[in-house]
Design a protein around this ligand. Structure first.
Ligand code: FES
Length: 71
């Protein structure tokens, strides 16, 4: 839930990397359970190779994950 002092949530697709999520959002699993956040800004894996999904662990660099420039 946003307060008046919080900026609107923002998701940034990093070239050849994760989705950076900034702002106050709820992160929920596929079964509807809350996934705890430890930081205000989080990186979500979009390469599929992270060992700590849904978070990015940097493995995208090891597997040379690439995205289209428009992603
Ligand atoms: S995007 Fe970083 S490990 Fe998948």
């Amino acid at each position: 839930m946003n307060s008046d002092n919080d900026p609107a949530p923002r998701i940034t697709a990093c070239p050849d990397g994760p989705l950076l999520v900034r702002g106050d959002i709820e992160l929920v699993s596929g079964t509807g359970e809350d996934i705890p956040r430890r930081r205000k800004t989080i990186a979500l894996c979009r390469c599929g190779a992270s060992t700590i999904k849904p978070y990015c662990d940097g493995t995208h660099k090891l597997i040379k994950f690439t995205t289209n420039s428009a992603d």
